[in-house]
Design a protein around this ligand. Structure first.
Ligand code: FAD
Length: 390
């Protein structure tokens, strides 16, 4: 039988095609070259310097709008997109967030609900990383319940005039186009807003203790006047933004396992070499119990992500199944990172090691794209048929 591989104890790699493995290795190599040498410094400074250059490089890798077809997108499988998310988040959740928001939120919304002109205008330059996109749904007073949003788009002749505020918007200050969701007389609609439009501003949110190497912004819309063709024609109602979130959450199901893998591997290496009481701490049963439990949850999580990927590629993935994956994998990933932190002792709190950075990043990942509680309620409703949201 095949030898036991501590990095792949269940032999999950055998489920992947040579092309899947090649894509994974390419993304892993890029992250090792471009992110890992600098990420601790960026994190400490609370910046993502060179974000435009990095985004163009991610475009050249085919990682932006990776699973979309046409318009310069790679047309990759869901599994391949997931593997890329995992590798990027193994470097840092901030980089994976940049890619998720660009591809699965902003580009996905335009690709699915935009007009042909909107797709031609935005998607090729977004796929190439020339234009960064953001996705404005959350507001200061409306997070888990976005349907109550107050941002409003009113008609003025054939124009639209947008007024309101969005909060916690990834990529906001660096975006060239903002996909903004707003109430209209006919219900919630999406708008592709060029960020240079008068009345639009995106002040960056500072003082974050999580996702520090990621741009997070407020969007201020002060009577932003847009032509009639700025509205995404393909959808009305909250189902528009929710369908985009479901796509992005799928990437997070994989991505969270990247943060967990990096922390697990850091703890495993440390446990083999760090000695106390005259022997490696990995030789103590209590440490082994931690490592065994971490490995079990890590590889179960990757298997779950792979299962959901197969369903997505077959067009069979339901939003409740994405909730299942997001709920489990982010919750387990943060647990793995926190346990890894204990194995590293005092070194666990240092930026010299990745575990605390991953653990604090995952606090955001636990909250955005639907909190743990929202996904429990989604599953609770699906299981019981009873709606407990309100
Ligand atoms: P609230 O909705 O106020 O929730 C607070 C707490 O109450 C949570 O624990 C929640 O689960 C709980 N709660 C709420 N309702 C119920 C209920 N019915 N039953 C039980 N518990 C309940 N948004 C975007 O639109 N675009 C982005 O790009 C984006 N990027 C982000 C980046 C970062 C770093 C962060 C932190 C957030 C980002 N968000 C973004 C916002 C994110 O999606 C919201 O923070 C999230 O939806 C939760 O909303 P909230 O923070 O207002 O919390």
């Amino acid at each position: 039988s095949a030898p036991f591989d501590p990095r792949d104890p269940l032999g999950i790699d055998e489920l992947l095609s040579p092309e899947d493995l090649a894509i994974r290795d390419t993304v892993r190599g890029w992250a090792a070259d471009r992110i890992l040498p600098s990420i601790a410094d960026w994190y400490e400074r609370g910046e993502l310097p060179g974000i435009h250059e990095l985004t163009r490089e991610l475009g050249a890798l085919g990682a932006l709008g990776m699973s979309l077809d046409g318009y310069g997108c790679a047309g990759a499988s869901a599994i391949q997109y997931g593997l890329a998310c995992l590798e990027l988040e193994a470097a840092d959740s901030g980089i994976r967030s940049l890619v998720s928001v660009q591809g699965s939120l902003a580009m996905y919304a335009i690709h699915r609900y935009g007009s042909e002109e909107q797709k031609q205008r935005w998607l090729p330059s977004m796929a190439a990383g020339e234009t960064i996109g953001c996705f404005g749904l959350t507001e200061p007073d409306h997070g888990s319940d976005p349907a109550g949003m107050r941002t409003y788009a009113k008609r003025d002749g054939s124009d639209w005039v947008l007024t309101g505020r969005k909060m916690w918007i990834t990529n906001g200050s660096v975006a060239g186009v903002a996909v903004v969701w707003a109430q209209t007389d006919d219900g919630i609609r999406g708008f592709a807003v060029p960020t240079g439009t008068p009345g639009f501003s995106a002040p960056e949110i500072k003082h974050k203790w999580s996702l520090r190497a990621s741009v997070t912004s407020e969007l201020v819309l002060d009577e932003v006047r847009l032509p009639a063709d700025a509205v995404l024609p393909g959808v009305t109602g909250i189902k528009g933004p929710l369908s985009c979130l479901s796509h992005a959450r799928y990437g997070i199901v994989w991505g969270a396992m990247g943060a967990a893998r990096a922390s697990f591997e850091s703890a495993l290496d440390y446990a083999r070499t760090r000695e106390q009481f005259g022997r490696p701490i990995g030789g103590f049963q209590l440490t082994q119990a931690k490592l065994a439990d971490m490995a079990v949850e890590l590889h179960k999580g990757i298997l779950l992500a792979h299962h959901l990927g197969l369903r997505m590629d077959r067009g069979r993935l339901r939003p409740e199944q994405v909730s299942f994956g997001k709920l489990n994998n982010v919750r387990e990933a943060i647990d793995i990172c926190r346990t890894a932190r204990t194995i590293l002792g005092a070194n666990g709190i240092s930026l010299e090691y990745p575990v605390m950075r991953h653990a604090t990043n995952l606090e955001s990942v636990l909250t955005y794209e639907g909190t743990v509680e929202m996904h429990q309620l989604v599953l609770g409703k699906a299981l019981t048929g009873l709606d407990a949201f309100r």
